[in-house]
Design a protein around this ligand. Structure first.
Ligand code: AMP
Length: 536
């Protein structure tokens, strides 16, 4: 295998899409999308992919990398249609998978080629149909794909091309073991493999060695650099004044559409509420939102219903919104790569955009790390007329208060569920006739929800308290059992029988990676992961 080259390259290759030899129907799609000329990654990658070579590409988000692999792959499919699934694209997040699928539909609009996105949080049925009907391209997240692989219909024995997109993010999210499991389900013979990654850390290079044959290595931009059209600035501000500062900037009018990033789901929720209260049309997207809520947020943001999208890093990965004018980092990201990915939401491809980063005193060190990574210090801006000394209302609810709230809510929910179950069992139809005759029921009151047995408040409270205690003991027993079953005491986000072959404890991870992986895996569970608000 050739060693990866990550260097700025000025390609001396064809400058129009015509010269690649792409399928004419795809060229019509390119034209419809308004692409005048290939981006550098497209110039470099398309000829190699058309020639059937494996490819290891260091490509940033926003560089046009999706079309760089889709156009040559779809050309090959269109030349010899076969009605079976021949291409699998693996994506770290649902949003990116949906994005790639959408890009495919747009480029292939004049062809008969089909694609389907396969990810958690939505029903398995339509995805099963995609497998059974043999769509040409499946774009999938690893967790949900493994769920399908445990069923008999999900066979990809005709697969010709595997694409691994944003491989470094797969690594960050703890997905590399899942990626390896997926690969074990694929036919190895003569498969073409393409790997795209913004950075190429050692584990990604190892994976590339395992899964690729003599790949061509290409790189278009220096690692960890935001795209060139982005104007970046830093706004020093006390932590609690950040929402007010955002509101002040929105009031200036030059911000048309903006994604505002926060570090945690909780802060995203609070910022969203603050903006709504102040009359700003806002939507939010993070790991605790259901797939339906995320789709509504993204669609509404794209079509202009919402002016501002509040997001956390994982959820925002892969979001592609045309003409996004601004990105605001309400919180400084912990790691420089996240900064690059966040500001990469604006200035996609050839466009220009502005990225503002709010920095409190506590975040200065993180900001300096970012400045070192991108190789320049960012200008500090003071907003004229903004009162930096005003006394803000408390933005974040303290964690202890939040936990107490969640516990109280859960106890009430359990008590309600118990009461509902009791009501159900006290229905006459549910009882044997004899019992009903020999033991008359107490008088019942009818409400809009049906008959209920009258009870005193004291009785209800005592019952809620009892249920709470039972649930607490059950939870403790469950945790004790899980911790006993997993070396090192890590709890598994899913039971080990959930996936074929079971899930081991996985590689040792730092706290951040572990949390991220848990949040992301929760994202991929069929229920959509609506647990308590623990991280972004
Ligand atoms: P990607 O890096 O694949 O996420 O692409 C980022 C954005 O660039 C998407 O909105 C694409 O539609 C757009 N794009 C891709 N190729 C081109 C091109 N050759 N010219 C202009 N825009 C492009």
């Amino acid at each position: 295998m050739t060693s990866p080259i990550v260097s700025p390259v000025t390609p001396a290759l064809p400058s129009t899409f015509l010269s690649f030899g792409l399928h004419p129907d795809l060229l019509k799609g390119v034209q419809k999308m308004g692409f005048d000329k290939p981006t550098p990654i497209q110039e470099l990658a398309i000829p190699h992919v058309l020639a059937g070579r494996d490819l290891l590409a260091a490509a940033m988000t926003g560089s046009g990398k999706t079309a760089a692999f889709l156009l040559p792959i779809l050309t090959k499919l269109a030349e010899k249609p076969r009605g079976v699934t021949r291409v699998l694209v693996l994506s770290p997040t649902r949003e990116l998978a949906a994005q790639i699928d959408e890009h495919l539909q747009q480029l292939a609009v004049f062809t008969k080629l089909s694609g389907a996105a396969v990810f958690g949080g939505v029903g398995m049925g339509p995805q099963e149909h995609a497998f059974r009907s043999g769509v040409d391209v499946i774009v999938a997240t690893p967790g949900r794909l493994l769920d399908h692989f445990s069923r008999p219909y999900a066979k990809l024995q005709h697969l010709e091309v595997l694409v691994l997109d944003e491989a470094d993010r797969m690594l960050d999210m703890g997905f590399l073991p899942d990626v390896r499991r997926v690969i074990r389900h694929l036919p190895a013979n003569d498969r073409q493999t393409l790997l795209f990654s913004a950075t190429l850390p050692a584990p990604i290079q190892t994976l590339a060695k395992e899964m690729m044959k003599n790949p061509v290595s290409i790189g278009v931009e220096r690692q960890s650099m935001p795209a060139t059209g982005i104007t970046q600035a830093v706004y020093p501000v006390p932590q609690d004044l950040k929402p007010a500062l955002l509101l002040a900037l929105l009031g200036r009018g030059d911000i048309k559409s903006v994604i505002a990033f926060t570090r945690t789901k909780h802060r995203a929720n609070r910022l969203f509420e603050f903006l709504e209260k102040n009359g700003v049309s806002a939507a939010r997207i993070h790991g605790n939102r259901s797939q339906g809520q995320r789709t509504d947020a993204l669609d509404g943001f794209r079509d202009g219903r919402y002016r501002i999208l509040v997001a956390t890093d994982i959820a925002a990965r892969g979001i592609d919104v045309n003409e996004l004018s601004h990105v605001v980092n309400v919180d400084v990201p912990h790691v420089p790569e996240d900064y690059v990915h966040r500001v990469g939401r604006t200035a996609r491809a050839e466009a220009t955009g502005e990225a503002y980063t709010f920095v409190s005193r506590e975040e200065e060190a993180d900001l300096r790390a970012i400045e070192r990574a991108i190789g320049k210090s960012l200008p500090r801006v003071v907003v004229p007329g903004f009162d930096y000394t005003s006394k803000p209302s408390q933005f974040e609810v303290p964690i202890a208060v939040r936990i107490a709230d969640i516990r109280a809510r859960k106890a009430t929910e359990r008590a309600r569920a118990k009461e509902k179950a009791e009501r159900k069992f006290s229905q006459p139809a549910a009882r044997p006739a004899q019992t009903f005759r020999s033991a008359p029921q107490p008088a019942r009151v009818h409400t809009s929800q049906g008959p209920i047995t009258p009870r005193t408040h004291e009785q209800r409270d005592a019952e809620a308290q009892r249920l709470h205690e039972v649930a607490r003991r059950a939870a403790e027993a469950h945790v004790a059992q899980t911790v006993r079953g997993v070396p090192g005491g890590h709890t598994s986000p899913r039971p080990s029988h959930f996936r074929p072959g079971g899930r081991g404890p996985g590689p040792a991870r730092g706290p951040r990676q572990g949390n991220e992986a848990q949040a992301a895996r929760r994202d991929q569970t069929p229920s959509g992961g609506n647990g308590p608000d623990r991280r972004s």
